[in-house]
Design a protein around this ligand. Sequence first.
Ligand code: HEM
Length: 218
Amino acid sequence: MTTDTRPLGQRLKEDNWDLHQLAEHDALPQHMVRGTMPREAYVELCGQSWLVARALDSAIEAKRDEVPILRELVTDRQLQTPYLEEDLAHWGVDPASVAPNPGTAALIAEIERCRDNAPIRLFGLHYVREGANNGNRFIARKIKQAWGAESDDGFRHLDPYGDEQRPLWEAFKVRLNEIELSEAEKTAIVDAARSMFEGMIKMHKDFDLPPLEAAPAR
Ligand code: HEM
């Protein structure tokens, strides 16, 4: 077997970029970024994202002690449940009333499988939602502009770090290359990241929003 000598951060970015392109250009993120997302769909998305965040945060908390990369890289500030609860409260939604759509239920099942069978994979799942903050910060600006919203209320989970976003992401990417991992662990993390992208794409497709014309390539 040949060893992949690329640092983990590079592998995560390069080996997932095909799925990033699919995720970014799918209907739901495009409606968000172009400001055409219906408000009810956005609020529903907050509920579905809350279910996923709750499952992933509690799995990470349960496995932090036994998985060094979770312990050393995933700070409490990166756990998204509290941001989504603030957003749901702003939109007047009781989290107890939120039921999972099929894609959301499948993603939660994947999180639980990783927790029970291969907790190192939880880091790959987490990397995707943490990385998604890069685009979400931009999306938050666009939706707020389109809806004439002046505060961050209701949009907190899209932009949890504000102006600290870039430096925090860069530090996270540096640090993840420093943790000692076996080849098998690195491969498991990259594979889990792919499953998170696929799971989020399915969760977004449950919304059945009309497709938009392709945006110019970035
Ligand atoms: C309109 C939608 C989106 C836009 C405009 C967008 C934009 C971006 C940008 C600008 C970056 C930083 C790239 C860099 O530093 O080189 C990024 C990174 C990333 N995005 Fe997105 N994105 C979008 C949707 C998504 C979605 C839906 C997901 C997850 C399902 C996602 C996951 C990620 C990840 C994991 C990274 C980190 C890549 C890395 O440096 O390792 N993005 N995105």
